[in-house]
Design a protein around this ligand. Structure first.
Ligand SMILES: [Cu+2]
Length: 473
């Protein structure tokens, strides 16, 4: 995504503001906001160049005719949506695909009916139909959006966009780069190949063949020389886990999964797994044309994720000049009075899963508490646990498998309390990468009523059984 100065960003925000104002603001008595005009999001097929050589047919995309989004300079990268903390946001999903879909707003604490999970929170949206989403995000940070129906195919073919919730009081940086990290499974002719292999779904998941950031192989992003640049990263891939490091420059981590960290620390092989976000502040090199590379060191051969190129005369900033991000609302849990919930992640005997309108992979390989469930289906599966509104719970997760699972909770955040793998930072998050044989304890405050799914974000694992849900009443 293009690097933009704060000034450009503010100009862009004025456009965003226009739709907030259009439908009327709160009156002097502070009455509820009227819903803003929705951002129009078309779910559609497109042809796009993803491997740099061939036109790939059957890409699945989000596009917007509205003016409230940054227009992507690259093919059919879904628009990066920007809104503000506490402000009403509305989007209309218009389904121009030939199959049902929905939108889930990953990491946003919102009303259950807006969560985008078929059967559990809303009917799936048929081809030709539309659905209106509206919520006011309580947390600022880096989030993303994607379908929760036929998810492996729909995300796999391109439906994952970034959602940025700004806090106007956040520090001003010299530039900002948004990186949406994704692989595509393409053959040598640039066309989609089978999205997964069963033998890989039963292990780490099936990897893509073309690595991209913002739907481009190793994009080069211009950044102001010597400036402090906020880099917002989301791993929206269906499988890949990244270990990120900067080559030729310095960066600190300022937020994880949308939540500011207590104090910034150097980016050094920081792990970002499917569903997770990482906000960095990078100091750009001083010399015009100098390059810094964001690298993934997880594979045996390190891979370039994206390149930053310094432009202009040096602004001579220092990483020590970074001011803290505005905090999100505090996480207030009653740990002492909490009820413990055991959650065992395991493999399960292979069996065919039932057909579903939101797609089936035809296998069950994984289970939570011994129950394999692919989710997004009408099966009358019982909740993993029923939680009382307002109470605190401790999720005692145990991974009996030899694979890592990025477990994602909808509807509310958790706080990481303890791990069998060693000391943990008291992170507040919605996605935690549970390592092989790890036991981890997460605190959850049941502060949002509804049925909320809890699943592995390696989508093959999710869709072959590693899915459940909590009922908060
Ligand atoms: Cu998994």
């Amino acid at each position: 995504m293009i690097s933009i100065s704060r000034r450009t960003l503010l100009k862009g925000s004025a456009v965003v503001g226009a739709f907030g104002l259009g439908a009327g603001l709160a009156g002097p008595l502070g009455k509820a906001f009227a819903a803003p005009d929705p951002l129009l999001l078309d779910a559609r097929f497109a042809d796009a160049m993803l491997d740099g050589r061939n036109v790939t047919k059957g890409v699945m995309a989000y596009t917007s005719a509205g003016s409230q989004v940054e227009v992507s300079p690259h093919g059919y990268l879904p628009p990066t949506i920007r809104t503000q903390r506490g402000k009403p946001f509305a989007a209309r999903l218009i389904n121009r695909l030939d199959e049902p879909t929905t939108i889930h707003w990953h990491g946003i604490r919102l009303p259950n009916a807006m969560d985008g999970v078929p059967f559990l929170t809303q009917p799936y949206v048929y081809a030709g139909d539309s659905f209106d989403y509206a919520f006011s995000p309580p947390d600022a940070g880096t989030f993303w959006y994607h379908p929760h129906c036929n998810t492996l195919t729909q995300i796999g073919r391109g439906m994952s966009g970034m959602l940025i919730v700004e806090d106007p009081a956040d520090p001003v940086f010299d530039g900002e780069v948004v990186l949406n990290l994704r692989d595509f499974r393409l053959g040598s002719d640039g066309q989609f190949i089978e999205q997964f292999k069963a033998r890989d779904a039963a292990k780490t998941g099936t990897f893509g063949t073309v690595r991209t950031a913002n739907w481009q192989i190793d994009p080069v992003e211009d950044v102001p020389a010597g400036g402090l640049v906020r880099v917002r990263i989301a791993a929206t891939d269906v499988t890949r886990i990244y270990n990120l490091k900067l080559d030729g420059g310095e960066a600190v981590v300022v937020a994880l999964d949308g939540q500011p960290v207590a104090s910034p620390y150097p980016l050094d092989l920081t792990v970002v797994s499917p569903g997770q976000r990482l906000d960095l502040v990078m100091r750009a090199p001083d010399g015009e044309g100098q390059m810094v590379r964001l690298m993934d060191l997880r594979p045996s051969t390190p891979k370039v994720v994206a390149t930053f190129r310094a432009v202009g005369t040096s602004l001579n900033r220092s990483l020590g000049d970074i001011k803290p991000l505005q905090p999100n609302p505090p996480f207030e849990a009653d740990i002492k009075g909490a009820t413990e919930i055991p959650l065992v992640l395991s493999a399960t005997a292979e069996q065919a899963s039932r057909d579903s309108i939101c797609g089936t992979l035809g296998y069950s390989f994984w289970a939570i508490n011994k129950v394999p469930w692919p989710g997004d289906s009408a099966d009358p599966t019982a909740p993993l646990a029923e939680l009382k509104l307002g109470r605190t719970y401790l999720l005692n997760l145990e991974n009996l498998t030899p694979h890592a699972h990025p477990i994602h909770l909808h509807g509310t955040n958790f706080k990481v309390l303890a791990s069998s793998k060693g000391p943990v930072a008291p992170l507040i998050s919605d996605t935690y990468l549970v390592l092989p044989d790890e036991k981890v304890q997460l605190a959850v405050v049941a502060d949002n009523p509804g049925d909320w799914v809890f699943h592995c974000h390696i989508i093959e694992h999710q869709k072959t059984g590693m899915t459940g849900y909590f009922r908060i009443t």
